[in-house]
Structures are given as C-alpha cells and as structure tokens.
Design a protein around this ligand. Structure first.
Ligand code: GLC
Length: 566
C-alpha cells in the first residue's frame, strides 16, 4: 500500500500517539526504542490507523521525558540511530501509516550546544541572545528578574551559576530548569527551527505536533514586567498577555506554513496550545498549522451535556477557520480515562492520585465502559481522532509508583505536590507473562503492575470482547464510514443520551446515564447495528417497563454505531 498525495488526508485521520520510551524495547535496556516500533508495525497496521505521532525520541537527559531536547536533528543513541528512524519511516509508509514527529520549539535542554555556548559566553553576547538571559533584581542581582512562574518549579528563572555560568545573570525556563526557553525575538532561532522542520520533512516525515505552541512569544520589551495572574489569565486584552497565546506568535506559524506547502502533499501540523476555542482556531487556520488540539474533552466528565457543549464549540471553532476538529480523551500528560471516568465526578482527582487511590473507591467496570464508549463516540465525530498508546487496551492509571522510581519533573520539581504523569507512561504489556510483560528482555524503566497481565495485547487479541478487539473493529469500520465533515444532532428526550448522525446515515448513540436506552424502538427495523462498545446481546435480556427487550437496548456507558438507509 502506498501513500496517497491527497493534500487533505489528515482532516479526518485516526492518529495513534506513541510514547517511544514506553512502546517496545528491542534491546533489553528497559527503554523503548525505534527498532521496537519497527518490530510492531503489524500491530499498528492491525489498528487501521492513518498515522502515528511519536513523542520526542531525540537525544535527551530525560529531565522531562524527552521534552528536553539536546539535538533536534538526531535520534537518542539509547533509542537508535537516524538509519533506524529512516527504516521505521519507510516500513510504516509501506503499510500506509504516516508519521508525525514532535517539535519542541519553546525550549531546548540545558545540554543543547547553543545553551552550552550561552552559559560560557558574556552577558549581551550573541550566544546568550538565543535564550532569555537577564540581570536579577535586588542590590546585587540576587533576586529573579520577574515573578514569572514555571510549570515545574516555583520560579521561571534560575541563576546561571546553577548551570556552571560564571556571571551573575538569570535565564528563563517556563518548565524545568533543564529546559531553557528560546528567545523567539531572535531571527536566528526562527531560522534554526525552519531548518529542523525541513530536515524531518525532507526525510519524509508527514507532520508535526508542536509542543506548547502558544508559549513561544513573550513580551520581552524592557523593563520586563511581572505577570499579574497565572496561568495567562491576566486582565490584559486577549493576545496581549506577557507570556501566553500572544498575537505575535502567529507570525511564526505563518512562516512555517510557507515551508510546509513546498512539499507534496503539504506537510501538516497540530498545535498543542492552551487557549479558548475561539483563539485556538487561529493556530489551526490553513495559513498556519492547520490543526490544533481540542483539549476540552480532557477536562470533561463522562456526562452527555458536558460532551455536547465541547463538541459544538470545537466544531464551530474549526469551521470558522476551515480547519478540522481534533478529538482526544487522553495523552501522555493526562490521567488514563478508564480511571478518570471510574471516579465519582466530585472527587478531586489530584488528591486521589496522590493518595495512591485510597481516598475514594474506583469503579473500574463503569470507568472502563465509559472510556471505550467515549473513544467510540469521538471516533464518529467529524475530524481527527487521536488515540494514546494503551487506550486501546483500556489501561488504567498506574498508581503507587515507588517514590524512588518517579521520573516526572511535575512531581520532583513541584515540592512533590503532584504525583505526576508517570502513571500513564508505564511501558505497554505485550504479553501476559515474561520479563516486563513482553515489553523487552530487561526490567522496564517504569514499574509495571501485576494487573497488566490481564490487559496485555496478547491476551486481549484472543478475546473478541476485549477493549482491543472493540477498538480494532471500530477503527476499521471508521476508515470505511468516513463521511463529509458534518454532524446532525437528534433529539432523544433523555438528558443522558447523545445521538448524532453523519451525512451517509452513520448514527452514533452514547448512553452516559445509568439506565438502559431503547434505541431500536426509535430508529425502527431498518437500522443496521454496526458495532458497539459493549456487546449488546451480552448485556442480556432486560425487563424494561415490564417488557423483555434484548439487543435493542443500550446499556449504561455504551456507544452504538448504526447505519440507516438514506
Ligand atoms: C508539553 C508536553 C509535556 C511537556 C511540556 C514541556 O505540554 O506535552 O509532556 O512536559 O510540554 O515540554
């Protein structure tokens, strides 16, 4: 199978996120690697996906799981070589799967050659001007230049002496101190990233996921100003915040688009940007990146009205710019949805996670059912669907990672206030036994719990009712059912039910409530049941209003797809 030159291939794609260090380890060192991905192309192919997005695989000391990049144009030697990457790309393309790589333009790592040069250079030098260095406040410059907070530390400023600098300046890092922010007011930085994008696009990479795309531009005019509120919620006009989602960031992406459009088909990109839906649309416009992640579902509870509000907003925002929507219920930064939905919505998830899951009970059955139902719902929406590795297995968040094995700076750097994101980054279970459940021959870099045996790809592949089997069928059907990017809502008279259809007669109904929903009664005999997130017949015979009813009732936390004659 070759790749088509259709320039719109991405608009309704199914894209699978690989977190390379936790996908498959081919050499037994406990870290997933590029050859590991290549060895699992049959598996990826069996998912009927259009593309994979690879989280960073670049050389990195892993201060932030690889989002601290030492060299943007190489593969971490622990994960392989550029030749391994090329081989993976070729083989994925051969089976019709395209590849997105993650571009991290807001910050490099402190080991990047530019930062090393900057630290060794004088204040005011060209080398320092690639980053954000400033003198401190206080009589001797002993205080940070501003009150800007960092995501992974109390202050966004660290003194250069912490990095071996001999002067008395501070440098800015919106994330960990090992992640110094670039100065995007410097033309050299623009050119450097254009070269990096070209480097990967020339190799045949099809698209880019842009890390914290809303943060690159800051108000660096002198004197630097304090931020009055965090995060980005200032009294300033939209687009004029000091640090986030500034209007001038869009100049960068307009230039990138010119580069993307020199390829056939044009390269595509998706922004990871945190901004209100109407502002997010600008990142997604055809003159800029083309798409932006809609993260509102990550915040939503498994609730019909919350989902509907987000869907309507997302579709309207994408339409306003001629983009297509993106849908996702998880990624490498988020609690696994089967866990999230299994908690009572009133529970404080962070406190619950920090307690090791002891403060409140987790309803695993409902959580898992809801997660698969939500995945099938978003797959049926107009636009792209993003799947995060392990979502297709119905994995839960891994709790209780021993303190000395926690890797996430969100925990280590924030006074241990948040157990962090390692629980959704634990290496995948490929088999139900063996060392690291088939992830590799060695010990996995994060500890895997015993319950992974029940959730392995091996086990779920042999069970027609497993999450994996449901996903496989759903994604295959989805690829055949893709219809024009429109949606019609159908009134259900039940606030727990969402029902919409696509122009080709593809109907999707999700039951968010606790009761059963008689959908066949409403749709009539001609409706053909295509697939459901739980086996409908297995759900048994129900006594509904005194009548026995079988496969025509939708159990709680279930999605069904149907086709109606046009
Ligand atoms: C993005 C990534 C996250 C990382 C951060 C800093 O939000 O998804 O994993 O920690 O950027 O690069």
């Amino acid at each position: 199978m070759g790749l088509s030159l259709d320039k719109d291939w991405w608009r309704q794609a199914a894209i699978y996120q690989i977190y390379p260090r936790s996908f498959k380890d081919s050499n037994g060192d406990g870290l997933g690697d590029i050859k590991g991905i290549t060895s699992k192309i049959d598996y990826l192919s069996s998912l009927s996906i259009d593309a994979v997005w690879l989280s960073p695989f670049y050389p990195s000391a892993l201060a932030d799981g690889g989002y601290d990049v030492d060299d943007y144009r190489d593969v971490d030697p622990k994960l392989g070589t550029l030749a391994d990457f090329d081989e993976m790309l070729l083989k994925l393309h051969e089976v019709g799967i395209r590849v997105f790589v993650d571009i991290v333009p807001n910050h490099s790592s402190n080991r990047h050659i530019w930062f090393q040069e900057a630290i060794a250079s004088e204040p005011g030098s060209a080398a320092r001007n690639r980053y954000i260095f400033r003198n401190g406040k206080g009589a001797n410059g002993e205080l940070p230049p501003t009150n800007w907070p960092s995501h992974f530390a109390p202050s966004a400023w660290s003194h250069e002496s912490t990095q071996g600098g001999k002067g008395n300046q501070w440098y800015c890092h919106m994330f960990a101190p090992e992640q110094p922010d670039f100065n995007w007011d410097n033309r050299e930085v623009h050119d450097e990233f254009l070269s990096t994008l070209k480097f990967w696009a020339d190799r045949g990479v099809d698209g880019f996921r842009i890390d914290v795309a809303h943060m690159l531009k800051k108000d660096l005019s002198e004197p630097l100003q304090d931020q009055d509120k965090y995060p980005g919620l200032t009294n300033r006009k939209p687009g004029q915040d000091i640090l986030f989602d500034r209007d001038d960031v869009h100049e960068i992406y307009k230039e990138w688009r010119l580069l993307f459009d020199t390829y056939n088909p044009p390269r595509v990109a998706v922004a990871e940007a945190y901004a209100p839906a109407e502002r997010l649309a600008r990142y997604a416009s055809p003159e800029e990146l083309g798409q932006a992640f809609n993260f509102e579902l990550l915040e939503a509870n498994f609730n019909a009205q919350e989902f509907k509000t987000v869907i309507d907003r997302g579709l309207a925002a994408a339409k306003s710019q001629g983009s297509s929507s993106t849908w996702t219920i998880n990624n490498h930064d988020q609690m696994r949805p089967a866990t999230k939905y299994g908690l009572n919505p009133t529970v404080d998830r962070l406190r619950w996670k920090n307690s090791g899951g002891t403060t409140h009970p987790l309803d695993e059955v409902s959580g898992l059912n809801a997660a698969i139902a939500a995945s099938m719902l978003i797959m049926a929406l107009p636009g792209c669907t993003y799947i995060y590795q392990g979502e297709e297995l119905g994995l839960f968040e891994v709790l209780n990672i021993p303190e000395d094995q926690i890797q996430d700076p969100q925990y280590l750097r924030n006074n241990k206030a948040d157990k962090g994101r390692d629980g959704c980054r634990v290496p995948l279970p490929w088999t139900s036994s063996g060392s690291s459940f088939g992830f590799g021959d060695g010990k996995a870099h994060l500890p895997q719990p015993q319950w992974f045996a029940e959730k392995s790809i091996e086990k779920e592949s042999h069970d027609s009712k497993s999450p994996l089997s449901i996903f496989r069928t759903a994604l295959k059907l989805r690829s055949q059912l893709i219809a024009p990017e429109e949606l019609t809502w159908h009134e259900t008279g039940n606030k727990h039910i969402l029902h919409f259809s696509r122009p080709n007669g593809w109907h999707c109904i999700t039951n968010f409530g606790g009761g059963y929903y008689d959908f066949m009664g409403l749709l009539g005999e001609k409706a053909e049941i295509l697939h459901s997130s739980q086996p409908l017949t297995e759900a048994g015979l129900y006594l509904i209003h005194g009548q026995i009813s079988a496969a025509d009732s939708l159990p709680p936390a279930t999605t069904v797809w149907l086709r109606l004659p046009q």
